[in-house]
Structure formats: structure tokens, C-alpha cells
Ligand binder design. Sequence first.
Ligand SMILES: Nc1nc2c(ncn2[C@@H]2O[C@H](COP(=O)(O)OP(=O)(O)OP(=O)(O)O)[C@@H](O)[C@H]2O)c(=O)[nH]1
Ligand SMILES: [Zn+2]
Length: 352
Amino acid sequence: MSDPRAAARAIDALRRGWPIAIAGAEGALTLLAIETADGGRLAAFDPAQQAAILISAARAVTLKLANQMDAAHPEKPVIVARAPWIDLSGAVALADPALDLATPLKGPYRALPVLHADAAGAALELARLAGLLPAFFIGGTGLPEVTIAPDDIAAYDDSAELVIAARARLPIAVAENSEIVAFRSADQSGEHVALIIGQPDGTPPLVRLHSECLTGDVLGSLKCDCGPQLHGALHEIAAHWGILLYLRQEGRGIGLINKLRAYSLQDQGFDTVDANLRLGFAIDARDFGVAARMLTLIGQTTIRLLTNNPNKVEKLRSLGVDVIERVPHRIEANVHNRGYLDAKRDRTGHQL
Ligand SMILES: Nc1nc2c(ncn2[C@@H]2O[C@H](COP(=O)(O)OP(=O)(O)OP(=O)(O)O)[C@@H](O)[C@H]2O)c(=O)[nH]1
Ligand SMILES: [Zn+2]
């Protein structure tokens, strides 16, 4: 039986720097997240100093450990043999690409066969859910805080059952007759919110799925187009009637800290896609299932969708939402976000 509570405990343990185990088809794999390890925790986990290191294929390509990456599976596990000179700071350098320029990599690294493929893959997914770098010490003998099965993670995602927790009138600058609906889910991804703008008139609503961007939405960052897109969407929806879903999927699902790591890689010249891959993540880790469930709970599943991302349309349709029209969402570029918008057009299929 899969147990979503076990996955929740594992995520908590990883964030606190405690070891966990994942019991897969080929036996149990013990793990300590590199980002939250320290000297004492590593010594307790791996007194013999033999633990190997688990990273993702996308990161392994940068480290010249794999010369090819299956573009559809950048999160596939790769295991690196422990060499005597890979101490904690050597492991951090393996895990964190922000240090690639500052710490010229020692190497050569040696990849080992992946014996626990399902457990190792599940561990990388857990790291993303925990907002941590996808990199672990593996195979230590220290006692794990919690042992989970790979299935527990899928159950954890599914268990994030959504309910409408509160709703209230919320006059906003562009439409005084708006209503805010807040959703509660069991996972830690924050409260998703729907803003119903204007009066439903029986026609399909104009809907915008906005993924959280603290830097763009709140601080006015010029690096992306999120702020202008958010405000543009509010205006456009107010001209008809419709719904803005504010989804707590910061950084296309990798979390704020990992997004800011991606920004620091962009300062070194990588674009938004390569920065995600160098960190070891998928290009877009968002799950739009939550948006489909929100629309279902509000009772509006026939919609016009405001987006430049044909992928979003496809995903929503596959989740049972009837998208009858894609409405383009054009925003003026500025000198700081031109490269980002070019990458969205050229690499992630946005129709800008
Ligand atoms: N990982 C990462 N996330 C980013 C970056 N810039 C913006 N984001 C996040 O990207 C999300 C917005 O997604 P976009 O790819 O800009 O747009 P979209 O939602 O796919 O498409 P549209 O509907 O056309 O806007 C927000 O969650 C931002 O926090 C970046 O450089 N790296
Ligand atoms: Zn943004």
C-alpha cells in the first residue's frame, strides 16, 4: 500500500538534513541530501566514507559524465563513484552548478551502474518537491529517519486533494465586482487562489493560468515577463469576464531558491532552459492538474485560455478542460528580458 504520509515525512527529513531510505524493486537505497548535509551528518550517515553520489542526467552532462542525455528524461539518475578527494565540499561542487566557474571541477568522475533505478529516480523527484538541489550521498549505513517506497511519492502528489477553503468579495483596481476563492491542499505548495473577475454571463470565461513569480509579480523584476503578464491579464479579463488562477508553482515548479540559482547561472551566460538543465531539473516541472481541479471546483471547465504556450492548452485538454480558444497574450519586451523571451520562443515553443 502506498503511503502519502511517508513521502511527506521524507520531504521534511530531507529539508532538515536527515537521512532517508527508499525501498525500490532492487532493495533499499539510503540517501542524504547534499544541500542539507553537514560534516557531522555526513559522518553519521557514512562513517566508512564510501557513499556514492546520485545526480541527474542533466547535471551529469555538464560534468562530462554522460556524453548524451535523453532530452525527454533529463531527470534520469546517474551515480558517481566516490573518490577519496570527494569530501563534503567536493560533493557540494558536484551538486551545485553555481560553483562551476569558481571551483574548477577536479574530476575525472567515474559513473557507476545504476542498481536502484526506481529508488534513485524517486529520490530526484523528492528533491524537487523539497525545493532542494537534486543531489544525494547514497548507500551510507546510518539509520534512516523514514523509509518510503517510490509509489509513495505518486500517492503524495495525488493526495494533495484540493478543496475550496474560503471565498470573499474582493474589489480590485480593474474590476470592483471580483471574488477571490482560496483553495487548500494537503501538500506544502502554498494556497492556490482563483480570482473571479466580473459577472459570469453564461459565456465561457477568459482564463489565465499564472504561475507564481515572486521576483516578477511583487518586486517588478525586469528579467521575465511575469509582472506585465499578470497585470495585462487582469485588464484583459476585466474587459469580458473570467478567471485568473494564481498557481503557487514558483520557478516553473522548482521553487524560489532553485529559480534564483538558475538566475545566477543566467548571469554566467546560460539561458533559462540550459540553466534549469545544469541544475539537474526538467525544463518545466509544473503540473497543471491542480489548475484543472480548481476550474472543476469553480464549475467552469469550458474556457478560453489566455496564453502563448500551446503546451498549456494541450495539457489542460488532456486533463479534461475544454479549451475552446487560445487567446494570445502579448507583452512588450524590455532590454533585460529580451533574451528570456527569445528562449521561450525558440526553445519552449511559446508563440510570441
Ligand atoms: N526556472 C525558471 N523559472 C522561471 C524563470 N523565469 C521565470 N520563471 C518562472 O516561469 C513561470 C512563468 O512561466 P513562463 O514560461 O514565463 O510562461 P508560461 O506560463 O509557460 O506561458 P504563458 O502562458 O505564455 O505566459 C513562473 O513560475 C516564473 O517564476 C527562469 O529563468 N527559470
Ligand atoms: Zn517571472
